[in-house]
Design a protein around this ligand. Structure first.
Ligand code: SF4
Length: 326
């Protein structure tokens, strides 16, 4: 480990066993078990990214726009909120200033804000906020399945029709995946649908992904059988995570997504050495340890699909790991 990595390891919060699953962390494990370990167990810090931070600002605008009366929810008014939401985020997370530390004239920041405004504006071609009154925004949901597996996450928007039918909506600042990868994208929404079903006893009528990067809307109407299938897949995934946790066997799984991984300096695939495994491996692992996520993958769609560029990491809009922690 180089000196900066050692410092980062020392500065990270205390390591701990995974206690819950969120869509983002499920995606991490499927992408690369070692990445999951670095994020969830070692809690290694990551550098903020422009794409993810822009996603956070855009999400904040789309959430807070609904504070205004319906008639005032216009595109110019939403665009005008972008600089203010960036300022608020910066006050909460001053470390984000480093994104533009080498931009004394503010040209790159101006372009970045303009890109965020364009994403916000595109939303108005896809949905009409003057005709929507969300039941919930940025809704934190958490449930414990009968097996003991705890699931949690944030749902961007929940709409409830006068008939009681529920629609879950998620905004993505990236582009829509190609059709062959849409199952992976929908998996996150099915995860939320399962949590809400378990919490409220009602299967959401519709799941909706709004892609601001490409101007697409992807929808899916889930059934109970779908959600039972998702539950089985999550249990298989959690089983694989538990076995890796017990054994300390977190294999790197290189892919094109390594280009956006902050942990290459400590990754054996790039000549690095991971920090010592901070948990005591072993005694609990009664069965042979799975050689990585393969067992879970047999059951799960690959998430999130192929990289579409650096923005792939920011499609969720959550900067780094702030939105879903485990
Ligand atoms: S660099 Fe690639 S293989 Fe290494 S931890 Fe990151 S994602 Fe995994």
């Amino acid at each position: 480990m180089d000196t900066s990595t050692e410092k980062a390891v020392r500065a990270a919060p205390a390591p701990a066993r995974p206690v819950a699953l969120s869509p983002s962390r499920a995606s991490d494990f499927l992408q690369c078990p070692l990445l999951y370990r670095f994020r969830v167990i070692d809690k290694l810090p990551e550098k903020p990214s422009e794409a993810a931070t822009r996603g956070t600002v855009v999400h904040a605008v789309l959430e807070r726009l609904f504070d205004a009366p319906a008639a005032e929810r216009t595109a110019p008014s939403a665009r005008s909120m972008v600089p203010g939401e960036w300022k608020k985020l910066l006050e909460k997370r001053p470390e984000l200033a480093e994104l533009f530390a080498d931009d004394p004239e503010g040209k790159r920041l101006a372009r970045w804000l303009a890109d965020a405004e364009a994403l916000v504006e595109r939303w108005f071609t896809l949905e009409d906020p003057t005709r929507l009154e969300p039941a919930d925004r940025e809704l934190y949901v958490e449930t414990v399945l009968e097996s003991g597996l705890r699931l949690r996450g944030f749902i961007d928007r929940v709409d409830v029709a006068p008939t009681g039918e529920v629609r879950l909506v998620d905004y993505k600042t990236g582009k829509a995946p190609r059709p062959e990868y849409s199952e992976g994208a929908l998996f996150q929404m099915k995860f939320y649908a399962l949590v809400l079903w378990r919490l409220r006893g009602l299967v959401p009528r519709r799941l909706q992904l709004v892609y601001l990067g490409s101007g697409d809307v992807l929808t899916y109407d889930p059934s109970e059988a779908d959600l039972r299938g998702v539950e089985r897949k999550l249990l298989a995934l959690w089983d694989a995570i538990q076995k890796a946790t017990d054994s300390g066997d977190w294999r790197p799984r290189p892919s094109k997504l390594c280009n956006w991984c902050d942990h290459r300096a400590v990754c054996p695939e790039f000549g690095g050495t991971p920090p010592p495994y901070p948990l005591v491996p072993g005694a609990e692992a009664a069965e042979p340890v799975l050689p990585g996520p393969e067992a879970a993958e047999r059951a799960l769609p690959v998430i999130p699909g192929p990289p579409s560029g650096p923005d792939a990491a920011g499609q969720n809009g959550a900067a780094g790991q702030s939105k879903e922690s485990s």
